[in-house]
Design a protein around this ligand. Structure first.
Ligand code: 5GP
Ligand code: ZN
Length: 114
């Protein structure tokens, strides 16, 4: 369930403080420590999953749940235009190896991403 040396598992456990925007039994959402947009929070499963590349039939239900949470939290915040990003692997920009979805809003976004 938890991975001992994982930063985001420590945030789930409360061993490392975070500025939470949402929490339930399956996931939690908290503001990114280094925001890349005026609104930037992360949504993570409480159970440790390394990245998008580890999603399979045994753990994919939480991903659907997380997208429901993203829709609810953004609605509650009054945010209508936003981007959801999950970096998978170091070369794609993943720095924390616990599955997380960035939710970015509050500025114009460009495409393609860098
Ligand atoms: P990644 O680079 O893996 O796609 O995203 C990891 C994100 O976690 C980064 O945007 C980084 O700023 C954020 N982050 C790293 N350490 C912490 C922390 O201790 N607390 C919070 N709230 N965010 C963190
Ligand atoms: Zn973890």
């Amino acid at each position: 369930m938890f991975k001992d040396d994982c930063l985001f598992c420590k945030i789930v456990k409360g061993d490392i403080p975070s500025n939470k925007v949402y929490e339930d039994e399956l996931c939690c959402a908290f503001y990114d420590i280094a925001p890349a947009a005026p609104t930037h929070f992360l949504v993570i499963p409480k159970d440790h999953i390394g990245s998008c590349g580890e999603i399979d039939g045994s753990n994919s239900a939480v991903v659907a749940h997380i997208f429901e949470v993203i829709a609810k939290v953004t609605k509650d915040m009054g945010v209508t235009d936003f981007r959801v990003v999950s970096n998978c692997g170091e070369r794609a920009g993943q720095s924390v190896p616990h599955l997380h979805f960035h939710v970015l809003a509050g500025r114009d976004m460009t495409w393609p991403p860098g």
